[in-house]
Design a protein around this ligand. Sequence first.
Ligand SMILES: C[S@@+](CC[C@H](N)C(=O)[O-])C[C@H]1O[C@@H](n2cnc3c(N)ncnc32)[C@H](O)[C@@H]1O
Length: 292
Amino acid sequence: MSDTRTLMSATVAQDLDTIKGWFNASDRRMFARILERQARLGELGDVVELGCYLGKSAVLIGDYLRPGETFTVLDLFESDAPDAENSVEMQRSYSTLTQAAFERNYLRFHPDLPVVVKAPSSAIVDHVAPASCRFIHIDASHLYEHVATDVDSACKLLRPDGIVVFDDFRAEHTPGVACAVWEAVLNKGLQPICLTESKLYGTWGDAGGVRADLEAWLSHDPFGFVETQRVAGHPMLRAKVRLAPAPAVAHPSAPKPAAPIPEPHPRTGLRRIAKDWLPPVVHARIAAARRR
Ligand SMILES: C[S@@+](CC[C@H](N)C(=O)[O-])C[C@H]1O[C@@H](n2cnc3c(N)ncnc32)[C@H](O)[C@@H]1O
């Protein structure tokens, strides 16, 4: 598809923040690091997001898609939720969402849409092949029954070293996610890699390589914090990282950086003589009068 529009950039914080959503600094940088590492290692595979809302995280994921890979996003959008509790969740938090709004946002950043599926998250296994994915972001319903099903879908769809990310695994208002995620760690073989303020990153393959890469990066990044914790015998990183400052060549829509604060002029002429020769108390009174 040929396209002459100037697209916005997901790596410019101000651009991505034009999309309403929940995707904090630590997770933006973690996603970028993990997806970049997969590219560096030549790991190919499809990518899935369950629960895309208006596209904030999908837009960033879409930056890391390579030729031949398919990005599938799934959301209920305006359709009915599969049960009453999920309906309440939709009414409370996402009542104005439309598929058209997601697509408009996505196309401000990318020339082509991902595959968009309008369905409950359990349907993802009907649209994506088993063992085909390298990265899955689970951010649809936050109710236990749904997330537990999403865990099983991710396990089925991921390639051996593929990575799954769970949103809101520890928030006070989402105990169902916490329950499903820790159940996956204790009973379903999920290996935790890392946790941030909002998300838990894991794999059903080898967690050691990616964990070591993240630890090395975060312990040297001036905006990063990392420590290792053990939970039920599983080592995992606890990580935080802020957005890096804007790149030297700013995107045209980025606000202009503040002008540097000028160096104070060296004192010259009469003021310097007054400072050097008048008694301090007299000089201080004159300076205060000038300031007034
Ligand atoms: C927290 S939002 C996703 C936020 C998005 N990932 C971001 O970073 O901005 C959750 C989304 O899940 C969708 N959703 C809720 N229940 C669902 C279900 N059972 N199946 C599929 N999507 C669902 C909602 O419509 C909403 O768009």
